[in-house]
Design a protein around this ligand. Structure first.
Ligand SMILES: Cc1cc2nc3c(=O)[nH]c(=O)nc-3n(C[C@H](O)[C@H](O)[C@H](O)COP(=O)(O)O)c2cc1C
Length: 192
């Protein structure tokens, strides 16, 4: 079945080529409204976002300095976001099931999808230093800075390394449905 949602999800394939063209304020607002509307445990809404853009080039460059070398392509994106949270902002069930990172991730997915619908590229990144982000912006250690997201209009593939140009143009790799979904029985290791 072909659905609007599946079309959007197919479009989301994240290239690394992002142009320097600024993103309009109303698009940025829609992106964070999408995050705000995300589901969360007991409606705790534990996600927090540090948004860096051209309005404060100095702050944006401090954020860019926290990115790892492999994420060179994100250092010219007009919008750089860091998503962070901490355990006591969300449900902590039976001492082990903590939901703050799960819920942050759900809000990040909304950001990616809303950006895609607005014809933007949005690529999440683990390749950055949370310590550098905390130090550069005065965030206390209790916060887990989990993800960076580069957002902007699609740029020129020639700005990327050969390897990244190739990956950007190759078909998406995904596990087969039966590897990840079990109907009426679990997939993966089960107890004897
Ligand atoms: C938590 C997380 C961390 C990621 N870190 C990086 C990163 O540091 N650099 C990068 O180029 N892509 C990063 N990605 C993007 C993934 O490589 C990409 O989503 C994956 O290869 C699937 O490709 P697609 O998003 O185009 O479907 C990250 C994605 C996620 C969800």
């Amino acid at each position: 079945m072909d659905t609007q949602m599946l079309k959007l999800l197919h479009r989301r394939k994240a290239t690394r080529a992002i142009s320097e063209r600024p993103v309009e304020a109303e698009k940025v607002e829609a992106i964070f409204e999408a995050a705000r509307l995300s589901a969360s445990c007991a409606n705790n809404q534990p996600w927090r976002f540090l948004v860096l853009d051209g309005d404060d080039p100095e702050a944006l460059s401090r954020g860019r300095e926290a990115l790892s070398g492999g994420n060179y392509w994100a250092k010219t994106a007009p919008l750089l976001i860091f998503g962070y949270s901490k355990p006591d902002l969300d449900c902590q069930i039976a001492g082990t099931r903590e939901y703050y990172l799960f819920d942050l991730g759900m809000a990040v997915q909304n950001i990616l999808l809303q950006a895609t619908e607005l014809d933007l590229v949005a690529r999440p990144m683990a390749g950055f230093s949370p310590g550098k982000v905390r130090a550069a912006f005065g965030l206390t250690d209790e916060f887990e800075v989990l993800v960076a997201i580069a957002i902007g209009y699609e740029g020129d593939l020639s700005t990327l390394s050969e390897k990244h140009q190739q990956v950007s143009q190759s078909p998406r790799q995904r596990k087969a449905m039966e590897e990840i979904v079990g109907f009426n029985a679990p997939v993966g290791h089960v107890q004897e």
